[in-house]
Design a protein. Structure first.
Length: 445
């Protein structure tokens, strides 16, 4: 579907306006058709099975019969013929950008990517997102980018190496600086002073961006506008693109990171012709945000120019910042409420932008102080870390400036980030509360 740039500009702005004026937060889920414990893996017979199932696209996407029956049992849906769908579905571009060959070791054990080689991943995710789009659901694309110094290797070709982390070599700062300054330029425009390694890193990164462009342009052919979150959680230390890796000078580091972010967008839009993405900034909730008299807006916007960002998001995990604290329900609430405080401050500072949780994880599987350690998931003596109170009270003092959207992270056996039915009475109550609070779509089967 070939559209003019003015048409795409209008569509992008329409999406941003809808997110701001929907009347209630848009609910989102991460990889609902791929993740392990969000009910049943939708491409398999059972969460523990590695056998693929050939289902119809509609059943593969939504597993509608199962969802409808579950929501009916919870009192969420008035009849089994209706289900609630999220307004946002988030998928990781690592599936289509970073190679994960089916011939790798332990492929059958891989719960997230077992059927995803690069080209099948591309085709499957376009099919899924097209089906969601037809139901009025908006795609969100996060990108766990492998460090470009690794070339085009897959994660299983680098045993013992974290592909998302910094290499911590002496040459890395110079690599990051050259990447930030020259990513948007053609090879003919690169300075002659660049080393061979710097040229290889630039070439690798541009090839990755071209794959993203190909994917985005395939969505454009279906008339789809998507939200893109490059370089998320850059205020942390765990990814190679962390702001403070660019320079020992904090101000210079922030400006160099901004060059990387801006030039990435420039390359996609100018060189690759991508017109159907809106861009989100999404730092991680940080300890500095909890300090008295903290300037939340300044801390949040370090490393970006907010006027050039379309959507402002926060990644917020309730287990964060707990290394020196006992895993108490009160602490999990404290982290969540701080996230809400930051969102309220951002909404006041930037009233023309959608603001919300780009990732929210509550870690229901982790024991709390009063849980029985031997209790299994599903037993009443293991509550699972419910956070009912602030959700059910519509975020209490932040009700005037609630998030425009909230996207829950995936559920895997080791990481239950969203309340699932059938695990405990507390979680069942939480599920009801989530669907009551959030504005979701109701569609007929």
């Amino acid at each position: 579907m070939k559209q003019s740039s003015s048409v795409w500009q209008t569509r992008r702005q329409d999406l941003l306006t809808q997110m701001q004026h929907a009347g209630a937060s848009w609910l989102g889920f991460t990889e609902p058709t791929l993740c392990g414990r969000a009910g049943v893996r939708l491409h398999e017979k059972h969460p523990s099975s590695s056998e693929l199932q050939a289902e119809s696209t509609s059943d593969l996407i939504f597993h509608k019969a199962e969802y409808a029956a579950q929501q009916l049992a919870l009192g969420i849906a008035p009849a089994a013929a209706h289900i609630h769908l999220p307004r946002l579905v988030q998928y990781d571009l690592a599936h289509v950008v970073e190679g994960l060959p089916e011939t790798r070791a332990r492929a059958a054990e891989d719960q997230q990517h077992s059927f995803l080689q690069r080209q099948p991943a591309f085709e499957v995710l376009v099919e899924h997102l097209t089906a969601f789009h037809q139901e009025g659901v908006v795609p969100v694309l996060v990108w766990h980018a492998f460090h470009p110094v690794h070339g085009d290797k897959s994660i299983y070709e680098m045993p013992g190496v974290d592909p998302f982390a910094a290499t911590k070599t002496d040459e890395e700062p110079a690599l990051l600086v050259s990447l930030a300054k020259h990513l948007h330029l053609s090879a003919a425009e690169w300075p002659s002073s660049l080393t061979e390694t710097q040229r290889q890193v630039l070439t690798t990164m541009q090839a990755k961006l071209q794959r993203i462009a190909d994917f985005a342009n395939s969505l454009a052919e279906e008339g789809i506008v998507a939200i893109f979150r490059p370089y998320h959680e850059a205020n942390g230390h765990w990814f190679w693109w962390a702001i403070d890796r660019f320079s020992d000078n904090p101000n210079e580091a922030a400006e160099l990171f901004w060059k990387l972010w801006k030039n990435t967008r420039t390359y996609l839009e100018t060189t690759c012709g991508v017109q159907n993405l809106v861009y989100a900034w999404s730092p991680n909730i940080a300890g500095s945000w909890f300090q008295e008299e903290a300037d939340l807006v300044s801390l949040y916007t370090r490393g970006i120019h907010p006027e050039a960002i379309d959507i402002l998001g926060i990644d917020c995990y309730a287990n964060n910042l707990s290394a020196k604290k006992e895993a108490l329900l009160s602490h999990r609430r404290e982290v969540l409420l701080k996230g809400l405080e930051v969102i309220a401050a951002l909404r006041r500072a930037f009233p023309d932008k959608p603001v919300g949780f780009t990732e929210l994880g509550l870690r229901y599987h982790e024991l709390l102080k009063d849980d029985v350690a031997t209790a299994k998931m599903g037993e009443p003596s293991r509550g699972g870390g419910t956070l009912n109170e602030p959700f059910f009270k519509r975020f209490s003092q932040f009700a005037t400036y609630p998030p425009h959207f909230t996207i829950f992270w995936r559920n895997e056996p080791h990481s239950l980030e969203f309340p699932l039915a059938g695990l405990s009475p507390e979680m069942e109550q939480e599920v009801r509360g989530m669907y009551t609070y959030f504005d979701t779509l109701v569609r007929a089967l």
